[in-house]
Design a protein around this ligand. Sequence first.
Ligand code: LCS
Length: 408
Amino acid sequence: MSSDMHMAIDTIAVHGGIDKLQFLPAVPPIYQTSTFGFESAEHGAQLFAGRGEGYIYTRMGNPTVDAVERAIATLEGGARALACGSGMAAIHTTFGALLKAGDHIVCSEAVYGPTCTLVTKFLPTYGIEATTVDTSDLDAVRAAMRPNTKVLYVETPGNPTLVVSDLAETARIAHEAGAKLVVDNTFMSPILQQPIRHGADIVVHSLTKFLNGHADVVGGVIVVKDENDYPQFRKTLNHFGGVLPPFESFLVHRGIKTLSLRMARHCENALKIAEYLEGHDQVEWVRYPWLKSHPQYEISRKQCTGGGAVISFGLRGGVEAGRRMMNAVKLCMLAVSLGGVETLIQHPASMTHASMGAEARKKAGIDDGMVRISVGIEDADDIIADLDQALAAAAGKTAECASHVAAT
Ligand code: LCS
């Protein structure tokens, strides 16, 4: 697909990034090499000076990696993309490119646990101040901005609370304050949400999730809207070193071809399961962006084309009931991560968000009893049957436990 063709996102997902390949292979070959030969000493010197066509060394660029980067940049509507060794590497590289000692960052309080730790514990050791706020509360965001704020970092929907932040409004606040809006788009994928089209400057993803989609790669990506920002990001990634290797790039590029189909099935299944959970008497509360009960339902409908795959909920029996339910699932896998074809279930307070600490979890609304599901692309009725038997098992044991407590 030539880069000057304007296609729908489903078409871009299949053909994006493979327009510049030699010999016209249907899929990009894996250039499994760490280094590239120069035609001459002059040619090598030219490439190092940033002139001429060719590759130098895989940390600095590789055709297989370039192909997946072009595909993702096109899907997100950005100028360029940089594939990284993990989502955390993408986020760290972004901070490295945009922040220096004396700067300030404002960050969503509900984010992936290690992102919160990176922002609130690591950045201050580099002399960078950090404030976390509920980024769905625009007044709170406005109040948190300072003259030295260089980055407004928004994860929407937030992991694991699914709090949705308004992209167009947060972009306006960031730009009025002279800061860049960085959006973690992992939970939506570019199929469901394209933050750059709403004003974001930078988008990051954990490729480990929907973009790869098959739970067999750890990777991340940065997409920059403005070509002028790209050299600083490339330089930072080159020096920090957290790049995505060629084989992983090949796998992610392959995964992207079915992204649109997978997202449609994820969303269809997840809405059905969220409605099932909401109607279950043992379930106290459910959060899913496309449930009408979600506090930011309207915003999610406005800026996204689907609710995604992730649901969080709490059981009437609290932490113990949730634990029993997670131990009783048979089809769903008790594991962290999300965005793969298989349904995963986990406990944020003791797993993905344990590193944040109890105080930050409380501030972010991460209840100790919260259970999180990443709904896969299996048959929705099979997932519901499994959840049903697990909820029944949890209830049985809760009743047993209650009667035991009453008897003693
Ligand atoms: N951003 C979000 C929103 C995430 O959910 C994760 C990982 C990352 C960034 C980091 O990506 P990684 O370095 O792992 O590729 N989220 C995980 C989760 O919820 N369970 O396990 C990992």
